[in-house]
Design a protein around this ligand. Structure first.
Ligand SMILES: Nc1nc2c(ncn2[C@@H]2O[C@H](COP(=O)(O)OP(=O)(O)OP(=O)(O)O)[C@@H](O)[C@H]2O)c(=O)[nH]1
Ligand SMILES: [Zn+2]
Length: 369
């Protein structure tokens, strides 16, 4: 006879959207403090001053618009796709009261003098980097994507797509890709023939949040549809309108039948390497390991005696072009970091100036001036 199972935990209404104990704790910390009743919600997409969110118990068709409060000075703190937020009803609309602590954030570096970093997606568990098998591959681009992902806290996974188009060239393509993506798992897949799909699909665990990165036409949407087993995203053919232009698809928090989530974020055209040095370091972990064997700790790997990196290049163990790309990305990351620091310093100075002016004004008022 079956005894009633009293231990079955009741599922949170947001479980399907990736709700987990970490998020629950983050929400409790915020919800307990305020005076207003708050609800947790997940951001599907955002724009200046607002976001489209999924609330507990709503059906996927109902994205609720929510407004962010005062325009925040630093856009990297504004809600973005994948964020968990605490919202409160205010008349007919929802207000985002707080953005909950992120477990990861995919950041596009702000490079202009006054530009801020832009968070492309938050709370992402894994990023699938797509590279078409019939196009190259572009290893420099792969390394840039990897640097971005390693710096984010998410796990990078690489998909070499459209494998059936590469023919006999496929093993060569995979070799090039693997050499540039040490530390990340590489899958060879075709959305059209179904090759390799089963292995890759197994990585999409229930409740995990994914982002797909890759150039336009790399086959990202086709791959998501193939994994889902039905058309969730518009692909190349469908997206063209009558004039042959790309029509914008609206961005969503897509739920795969297996329970994983895909965040459809705006295409990343230019990839600036994040100032966070960890991203580049991890992308080039193999080169870094060699660097640890150089005779001098401050070896510049240019002409120093006992340089393990130059020795590896001489012996054909390390591709000289990969070494050159490592040097370039390190310089770029360094540069971006210093730009970011400059901006932060300038802002700090401005805040101090404002505080100083306020203090003077107050003192003046007190004196009855
Ligand atoms: N032969 C072949 N073609 C594919 C495969 N996967 C995708 N394609 C085609 O490649 C084109 C681009 O595919 P999409 O899935 O739209 O590419 P995407 O990366 O989502 O493109 P954007 O949305 O512009 O970033 C379409 O014409 C697809 O039919 C494949 O496995 N084999
Ligand atoms: Zn060296």
């Amino acid at each position: 006879m079956n005894t009633p199972d009293t231990d079955t935990p009741t599922l949170h209404p947001l479980t399907g959207l990736g709700w987990n104990p970490r998020v629950a704790r983050a929400f409790d910390a915020v919800a307990g403090a305020g005076e207003h009743p708050l609800l947790p919600a997940r951001v599907a997409s955002s724009r200046r001053g607002g976001a489209l969110v999924r609330l507990p118990g709503e059906t996927p068709a109902d994205y609720a618009p929510a407004l962010t409060r005062a325009a925040q000075a630093d856009p990297s703190c504004a809600p973005c796709a994948g964020d968990w937020v605490a919202v409160r009803r205010s008349g007919d609309t929802w207000l985002v009261e707080a953005v909950l602590e992120r477990s990861s954030s995919l950041v596009r570096q702000g490079v202009a003098k006054d530009s801020h970093d832009q968070v492309l997606a938050a709370n992402v568990d894994a990023v699938l980097i797509c590279e078409a098998a019939d196009q190259g591959p572009n290893v420099g681009r792969l390394e840039r994507f990897l640097s971005l992902v390693w710096a984010s806290g998410a796990t990078p996974v690489v998909a070499v797509t459209k494998t059936e188009l590469a023919g006999d060239g496929l093993p060569g393509v995979l070799e090039l890709v693997r050499a540039a993506t040490t530390g990340a798992d590489v899958y060879a897949v075709s959305a059209h023939t179904g090759d390799g799909l089963e292995e890759l699909s197994a990585r999409f665990l229930p409740g995990s949040s994914w982002v797909l990165l890759g150039t336009s036409g790399a086959g990202k949407s086709s791959l998501v549809n193939a994994i889902a087993g039905r058309p969730l995203m518009a692909t190349g053919e469908v997206r063209q309108d009558k004039r042959g232009r790309h029509t914008t698809t609206h961005r969503q928090l897509l739920e795969l039948p297996g329970g994983a989530l895909v965040l459809d974020i705006p295409g990343v055209r230019r990839i600036d390497v994040p100032g966070d040095p960890g991203g580049v370091d991890q992308t080039f972990a193999d080169v870094r390991e060699l660097a640890g064997k150089c005779r001098f700790r401050d070896c510049a790997h240019e002409s120093e005696p006992g340089c393990a990196i130059l020795a590896a290049v001489d012996e054909g163990e390390l591709d000289a072009r990969r070494l050159a790309r490592w040097n370039r990305l390190r310089r770029e990351a360094e540069w971006n970091r210093s730009r970011g620091d400059q901006r932060v310093r300038a802002e700090r100075k401005q805040r101090w100036k404002a505080a100083d002016q306020e203090a003077r004004a107050n003192a003046w008022r007190k004196r009855g001036g």
